[in-house]
Design a protein around this ligand. Structure first.
Ligand code: FAD
Length: 491
């Protein structure tokens, strides 16, 4: 039965609201435990926060500064697990340099002891101070005037949207009914208990019956809580974080962590040959769907990066793309930049579990903790916390039966892991599918066809922004959009 029909025709054990990384991983773990699961996402999978992060799988140096040793230890453990077995094709180790300028907020000895603790928690041996000349070998354009030394440590980078999507795939493979463009508009109540939801789908409202409901709606968490209890107050606060991408990440073999004050940092991360710069941290009370990077964000990010990078790299006209997302933080009075990045769990009067906040890095742990909290009502004896390989991490390395340029092959291996051969196979009989979506990037038309056939993509934005890297490279011009629309139309 197609997923859309199954949604209204099945009595589910579990309904998960929200197809970000937390909802997707929760659905995947639950389905693997043998439960009948529905995952509904109002937009595209990963279209919320899970495609708007700094794309780091990291312990989080600044959380150490905030005294959150437990979070850092857990995050490092998850980083090793993701890079080691869960998604090694998508999570890659990257050295980081933290430049220490004379006018900067930290003294080298203080930072060195912090890095030593961080690297001990990371079980990494990369934890020393390097001289400016060595630092400039790793990051050629690093500003060297006033630079005393740089702390060196290791974390990892990823493609957040694809990591989220692989969790949706894992859920579907394990038997979950996963549907995007399916918006929860109200909850079904039976004897005061939440018993599923009414979901708007293709212009109709479908009744989805479920014994247990988990609200993983990220920045929309309180909107869903109020469907259960209109008097429910506010459980979290939101803070906007924007990023920009500029050219010139080539030649960098490390990222930069640029201190702004004694807590906030700006990252400059080499990402697909570009530089990903960010992020801002500003309280946000507006409609989560309307969040975007505005001119003030862009100016702030470029200005903050200029503490360690030359002005010619950071020209406003050089910006290829920008995006913004919302952090979900526990309630509190202080600055959002100082707020702990903890996950907020709550159970409503009708028994719905809400889960929001935390980190992309620790998504697995958050999803497992959410399931553990509803283990009783789900009738699960135990929650299996062992990591499993995501679909692209299973099976042998892909062998391509069609000739592709080396950069395209490498890109497909990274984005799809062992599934890359299936993407290339689509291109074998059809030369037009071997063509690049934009001449300056490695994404090819077969990826658009694959996204539509195998990955629930329905619009050009789904393909260009979240299934491929075209939009964030600043290459989603009229011709690239036209090519994808042609594939969508079956041309
Ligand atoms: P989301 O991805 O927002 O998913 C919630 C989903 O619910 C959305 O897709 C939404 O459309 C859907 N939804 C809402 N309402 C409904 C409804 N009525 N019906 C159906 N669906 C609905 N973490 C790291 O580890 N590393 C980083 O580098 C990092 N950088 C970050 C930078 C920024 C600026 C921000 C904001 C966060 C960052 N994070 C990072 C944190 C990380 O991105 C988040 O913890 C994670 O993506 C949260 O995922 P989620 O599934 O909870 O939320």
């Amino acid at each position: 039965m197609a997923a859309r029909e199954a949604l209204g025709a099945t009595a589910f054990d579990l309904l998960v609201i929200g197809g970000g990384v937390i909802g997707a991983a929760t659905a995947a773990h639950a389905a693997r435990a043998g439960l009948t699961v529905a995952l509904v996402e109002k937009g595209d999978f990963g279209s919320g926060t899970s495609s708007a992060s700094s794309k780091l799988v990291h312990g989080g140096l600044r959380y150490l500064r905030l005294g959150d040793v437990r979070l850092v230890r857990e995050a490092h453990h998850e980083r090793r697990t993701l890079a080691g077995s869960v998604a090694p094709h998508l999570v890659h180790r990257l050295p980081f340099l933290l430049p220490l300028y004379r006018e900067g907020p930290f003294r080298p000895a203080f930072v060195q002891s912090g890095i030593l603790l961080y690297s001990t928690l990371a079980r990494s041996r990369l934890n020393w101070l390097v001289q400016p000349a060595r630092a400039a070998e790793l990051v050629p354009p690093l500003r060297r005037d006033g630079l005393r030394s740089c702390a060196l440590y290791a974390d990892a980078w990823t493609n957040d949207a694809r990591l989220c999507l692989e969790n949706v795939l894992a859920a579907a493979e394990a038997g979950a009914t996963v549907v995007n463009r399916a918006e929860v508009v109200s909850l079904r109540l039976s004897g005061g208990r939440v018993a599923g939801a009414e979901v708007r789908l293709d212009g109709e409202v479908v009744d989805v019956a479920a014994r247990v409901t988990i609200n993983a709606a990220g920045p929309w968490v309180d909107e869903i809580r109020r469907l259960e209890d209109p008097r429910a107050g506010t459980s979290v606060r939101r803070s906007k974080g924007a990023h920009v991408l500029v050219p010139d990440g080539r030649g960098w073999t490390a990222a930069l962590t640029i201190p702004q004050d004694d807590v906030r940092v700006t990252f400059a991360v080499p990402w697909y040959g570009l530089l990903l710069l960010g992020t801002t941290d500003t309280p946000y009370d507006g409609d989560p769907s309307a969040v975007s990077a505005d001119e003030a964000d862009v100016v702030q990010i470029l200005g903050e990066a200029a503490k360690a990078l030359p002005a010619e790299l950071l020209d406003r006209c050089a910006v290829r793309a920008s995006f913004a997302g919302l952090r979900v933080l526990p309630l509190g009075d202080g600055e959002t930049a100082d707020a702990r990045r903890e996950t907020v769990f709550s159970i409503g009067p009708g028994g719905m579990l809400s889960v929001a906040g935390g980190k992309l890095t620790t998504y697995r742990r958050i999803a497992l903790d959410a399931l553990a909290r509803v283990r009783g009502p789900l009738g699960l004896r135990r929650v299996d916390r062992r990591p499993f390989a995501l679909p692209g991490a299973r099976g042998p390395a892909p062998a391509f039966d069609v000739e592709l340029d080396p950069d395209v092959e490498a890109h497909l291996r990274h984005l799809y892991g062992s599934r890359a051969a299936a993407v290339a196979r689509l291109a074998a009989p059809e030369p037009s599918l071997r063509e690049r979506l934009h001449p300056d990037g490695p994404d090819i038309a077969a990826q658009a066809a694959f996204a539509i056939a195998e990955e629930w993509a329905e619009t050009s934005d789904d393909v260009l922004r979240r299934r491929t890297t075209v939009a964030l490279r600043g290459l989603a011009d009229a011709s690239a959009v036209g090519r994808v629309e042609g594939v969508l139309a079956g041309l």
